[in-house]
Design a protein around this ligand. Sequence first.
Ligand code: C5P
Length: 313
Amino acid sequence: MITTREGSRHVTVRVPAKVNLELNVGPHRADGYHDLATVFHAVSLYDDVTVEPAADWEVVAAGPYAEQIPLDESNLALLAARRVAQAGGVDTPVRITIDKQIPVAGGMAGGSADGAAALVACDALWGLELSRPQLDAMAGDLGSDVAFALTGGTAIGSGRGESLAPVLARGSYHWVFAISEGGLSTPAVYAECDRMRGRRRIAAPEPSDDLMAALRSGDPQALGSALSNDLQEAAFSLRPPLRDLLAAGLEMGALGGVVSGSGPTVAFLAADAEGALDLAVALAAVGSAPEVKRATGPAHGAHVLSHEMTRGR
Ligand code: C5P
């Protein structure tokens, strides 16, 4: 938890990263987006976002990826905080401190997670008690993955990803994430996917029966076989070493592997905690990726960690 200055009121919200267990991408839409049929799965890699009253609107970054976070008006957490202030008729600015553990531009929705966390944190700080539909609507406006970061768990996303439905999912899964140096731009990966498809007619996307059956059964082997991502070839095209990274993890015994969202993070599923540890050690030992992290899923969506008046402890 982040400690703010003594005497200041603050709220800290913890928010998870996501991996898409399946990402089916429909044709390019007139508004520049693509219709999706995706299955989001929240995992236990978290950002902690703290808001506190301040003289000016400000974003402060901490953690291993702090230097890669935009601190200007493009920051999704700042945009989210301003939206909540507007909705609640609040005119006092906040300082937003992002303790970043989710890789930036890694395909794990780290920026979207911070947007979701700021919605929840500002709502709590100002005691607004905005309704869930209000928060969901704001989340959908902020970005395609923000609504899922509020919800967490495992859910089907449709539309451009912001429209969510629950999935009947059993079990807890053990993941290993191979994190590359340097992110991939999401619009660039979607554009590469369109380029590679050329003039081919693309059907409306639908969730696959195999994945739904795997999630109902809670069998990691079945889930490993059902992982898929239509953006994967585009990510390989823009970052060719990712293909070898995926092959290496599978050879080392992963039950399945997939590029996470628009990449470049590659997600591997292991049979259990021990399998995940073995795989993480093996990937790190051969230097396949600069950073390897383990996590479990599903994880809870954005939730308040601390909400206190710290009157000079
Ligand atoms: O909604 P978000 O800001 O996360 O989207 C970033 C970019 O990713 C969009 O501008 C668009 O280029 C691409 N995108 C897409 N179809 C989606 C989601 C994102 O083409 N369903």
